[in-house]
Design a protein around this ligand. Structure first.
Ligand code: CDP
Length: 205
């Protein structure tokens, strides 16, 4: 069984994807980490993530980089978003994600284009979202350093860049279920996600 979980920054998609993976005993891939690795590699090499050649050169990063805590920093999100606009970068990371999805027994993947591009035939697709205000409050609680206003502005700018890019933009797949977590606790959001996946599995049976 393949479960695709997409959505914008701080929507809860990562937490929901991890919980679904644990619930169904499936391996999980946070595909955002791959793009974060590219963004951080470009920056460390002194390159520019807006430059397609610099970004492409950073795609053969070593696997150990995926465990580097710097990838989870707030600076890495916009770097990833800028590097991920280039079709060459998306193509370079495609096979790795498809292979993960195709492993025997299935997998849970979360990102921006899992239901639309990476695994269009997924058994269940969730599009997890929440209002910008709620997402900014969540991110702000994780990072004491920045003001709530600047976190909200960064989230809005990243949403816009991710939704407006030409290649694999952030959008809800036609056959994805929408899960708005604005007014849900983590536990309630996870319960709802499991219920939506179960309904899709019933439909397929
Ligand atoms: O955790 P958060 O939602 O803030 O970010 P992330 O999922 O780690 O993704 C970081 C950036 O990588 C996003 O803003 C996207 O630009 C890009 N990304 C993408 O283009 N496609 C994916 N499947 C996953 C991430």
């Amino acid at each position: 069984m393949i479960i695709a979980v997409d959505g914008p920054a701080a929507s809860g998609k990562g937490t929901i994807a991890r919980a679904l993976a644990a619930h169904y005993g499936l391996p999980h891939l946070d595909t955002g980490l791959l793009y974060r690795a590219v963004g951080v590699s470009v920056a460390r090499a002194g390159g520019n993530p807006d430059d397609p050649d610099d970004a492409l050169a950073a795609c053969d990063f070593p696997d150990e980089l995926l465990a580097d805590p710097e990838l989870r920093s707030e600076e890495a999100g916009p770097l990833a978003s800028r590097a991920s606009r280039h079709p060459g970068v998306r193509a370079a990371l495609l096979e790795r994600q498809r292979a993960f999805a195709a492993q025997p027994g299935g997998a849970v993947l979360d990102g921006r284009d899992i239901g639309t591009v990476i695994a269009p035939d997924a058994d269940a697709k969730l599009f997890v979202t929440a209002s910008v205000a709620v997402r900014a409050r969540r991110r702000h609680a994780e990072l004491a350093a920045e003001s709530l206003e600047s976190v909200a502005a960064e989230i809005a700018a990243r949403d816009k860049r991710d939704m407006e890019r030409a290649d694999a933009p952030l959008k809800q797949a036609e056959d994805a279920d929408l899960l708005d977590t604005s007014d849900l606790s983590i536990g309630a959001a996870v319960q709802r996600a499991i219920a939506l996946v179960e309904a899709r599995l019933q439909d397929r049976a």
